[in-house]
Design a protein around this ligand. Structure first.
Ligand SMILES: *[C@@H]1O[C@H](CO)[C@@H](O)[C@H](O)[C@H]1NC(C)=O
Ligand SMILES: *[C@@H]1O[C@H](CO)[C@@H](O)[C@H](O)[C@H]1NC(C)=O
Length: 165
């Protein structure tokens, strides 16, 4: 017996199945999308290096952040969340990561830029381990697709050093 409700239910189930198949096909095809972003990170100046009242080292610096993420965008890309992190090792041998700057890129047309900027978030150590220490600057990009799983990639720039005073 085919009631009206049953037929609607079957149609909806079929539509959902078709959609699910399409979505996995889209994310699968996106998987083969090759990207070759260009990133360049550079410290233009160390503007302040001070000890906070609590005794923690705090650094203010000016960065030159240039990137071209346009090749990362495929037709299945919703947006990119990008951030620059300072990474350094403290005597205890722990890798510390401090986010300095971030942005959201919503389209291919806005994926190419070059900016000179102060760190947006403070570069503070839980202690005074920053004096004379080496650090890396890493650009991370989280790719948020329209359908499928989010993934993250990064590019590391090493060889930066903070002053001792
Ligand atoms: C920032 O880096 C880009 C790419 O290397 C360069 O073309 C530009 O001149 C730099 N800007 C400053 C202010 O150094
Ligand atoms: C900094 O980068 C170098 C070279 O990629 C790497 O060997 C080192 O482990 C990095 N340091 C940190 C703290 O991530």
């Amino acid at each position: 017996m085919h009631s009206y409700a049953l037929r609607v239910n079957t149609a909806v189930t079929l539509a959902i199945m078709v959609l699910a198949v399409l979505c996995s096909f889209v994310s699968l095809s996106d998987h083969f999308h090759a990207s070759s972003p260009h990133v360049h990170l550079e410290v233009l100046s160390i503007d302040a290096f001070q000890r906070q009242k609590a005794g923690n080292d705090e650094v203010w610096l000016t960065l030159n952040i240039s990137a071209d993420f346009s090749s990362v965008f495929s037709w299945n890309t919703k947006q990119l969340f990008i951030f620059v992190a300072a990474e350094y090792v403290t005597p205890k041998n722990v890798v510390n990561q401090v986010s300095l700057w971030d942005a959201i890129l919503v389209s291919k047309n806005h994926a190419k830029f070059s900016i000179k900027t102060r760190n947006k978030y403070s570069f503070v150590d839980q202690g005074n381990n920053l004096r004379g220490s080496d650090f890396n600057l890493t650009m991370y990009w989280h790719v948020m697709p329209l359908t499928g799983a989010m993934y993250t990639e990064k590019q590391v720039f090493s060889g930066f050093r903070l002053p001792t005073e």
